[in-house]
Design a protein around this ligand. Sequence first.
Ligand code: SF4
Length: 730
Amino acid sequence: MTRRRFLGTAATLGAGAVAVPAVASPTVHPPGWSGTARVEKIATTCEMCFWRCGVLASVEGGKVVRVEGNPDHPQNQGRLCARGNAGTGLLHDPDRLKTPLLRVGERGEGRFKPVSWDEALDFLAGRLVKLRDEHGPESVAFFPHGNGARFFATLMRAYGTPNSAEPSFAQCRGPREVGYSLTFGQGLGSPEPVDLEEARLVVLIGSHLGENVFTSQITAFATGLARGAKLIAVDPRFSLAASKADWWLPIRPGTDIALLLAWMNVLIAEDLCDKEYLKTYASGFDRLANHVREFTPEWAEAITEIPAAKIRETARAMGKAKPAVAVHPGRHVTWYGDDTQRARAMAILTALLGSWGRKGGIFLPTPIPRGSFDLPDFPEPKRGRADGAGKRFPLAIEELGVTNGLIDATLSGDPYPIKAWIVYGQNMLESIPQPARTVEAIGKLDLMVVVDVLPVEQIKYADLVLPEATYLERYDPPTIVESAKRPFIAVRSPACEPLYESKPGWWIAKELAKRLKLEAFFPWDTPEQHLEKILKPTGFGARELLNRGAVAFPGKPYLEDRAPVDRTFDTASGKIELYSEALAKIGADPLPRYTPPVEPPKGFFRLIYGRAPVHSFARSQNNEALDALMSENEVWLATSVARDWGVTEGQRIVLENVEGVKSSPVRVKVTEGIRSDCAYLVHGFGQQSRALRRAFGRGASDNSLMSRVSVDPLTGGTGMRVNFVRAARA
Ligand code: SF4
């Protein structure tokens, strides 16, 4: 796609997307949230990914027949991506879990009998009471994902376990949140507040905007480029974004910190930093300047394989465009195990350019007040967390937890035995690397429960499976997005009754709470009452939010919008910390330092991975409409590598990693658009659940080839780009 055509698609958001014409606001939501036959359009929130776009669901005779973008929604203003448009494909997926299932065969055989909800919840409550009595409530670990899991999270706290962890931390953005918090006193949150539309220069380091499609982000990116923003794309692969770039820097994988240090070296040596900004807001500049003096572009060239002249040229472009330089912090950042330090380096670069809190850089969140319930005190766990957050991984954020830390604890029994897992809305065998370890850990459990919409692979290891309603059939707690220029509250509300025997998460949690005598933690009878309480301080009522789908508030996204007294930073010094006292205190590098990545053994190539615009993680491959757009992935190989391997375009091969794990067959794409030391796969394919009749066995699973990780000692994040593959015999 040419840059001109890409810019022309600003309104269409990537393959398969459509621009939605403005429509009138949705009609009134029905009382009691049933009897939807009287309603034409229900305003709700998309959950085909986590970006929280507003949708209007058209309902005819109680059936959702179509979704379209909500034109009044601040997040997407009527636009949906291809996945958002395919939402009814999830609702009507014939492979959906339809009824609670109780295991009848051996664990792993995948043999179940259908049971009623009463039977399922009585079984689960009974087992949870027994586990609490015999092993303590901490022996139960919770692995949530998504908004629907939040009620269940309350239940787990009330039950008494501190052990909850989601892959959005240790397999995704955890090191980023920590690295930016160490520097600016606050993380970035989600969606990440990058001011792409106002930027004069965008810097992408391994971020695949355009292949990774989120409505407002891709619109802002295309708008910025259309207004003349320059683009630097650092990527071993000629990604879609790289194809639009003014500078494509095909970096040697794992050497990004060296490039970042060299950029800092040039900015400081050539006096290109925002000096006034640094003087006002930052501390530690002299120590940083001393630190980076030796990291010249020539030093970095030998490491990164990017010519020194290009490093200087790009640093100068940043100096010229400052402060309107959007250094995108990335989202999935768990690559090499030094990821918190790489995030720190990106944060420091942002600070040197004066871009934090400035137009065209990173904008600031605006707090929104929210109400809360007067709940009983949550029990204080007798034993601390088992995942290592706060101890083995001193900077891990406890509210998000370390999934792999809980898997380690389950395998070792250290610091104490973990006896049960409740996995909610995620496929651990595709979202967490080293899947063989995950299966081994499941083998140690007394109880494995899965709550999901689809029969993903891990359900074959479950003792109990609970079918959750899809996002078009359920209420979820309101989503409060402060990291937007116009912050907003949005709600997910049911457009139709749950199909089959599926149930919404709030109902499952409340019913289980009754059986565990914990109903005091759910002091509301209907979702609307819950919503009313949360909204109280905002001045909006539940009915208004349900009718509109979202309400926006005025934002103060830039430092200049704020009174001088509010321009401080939540660090120990109240300043932007270029030199981190917090890291020095725990014996870590207070300034980022380059550490060489593990190199592939002879004959192997580094496995890198990314996204496709029409799929979300491993969640959408069974969707009929999205399958029609992309039904399998392909492995990208450099022309020279394909020649050496003796394979040709379109041929199916099997990939094998260093440990001998083999993928399912995958088609070859031969290209000049990838370095000759890498192989690339789109994530989420090669699924092994036969119950997913469309997705089963299509393409290769990158996660199945991730037998190794390099763990970030600060956060526990699992660096995954340390796996190597070669072609093998099928
Ligand atoms: S980006 Fe697409 S899939 Fe994600 S919430 Fe928005 S419309 Fe839905």
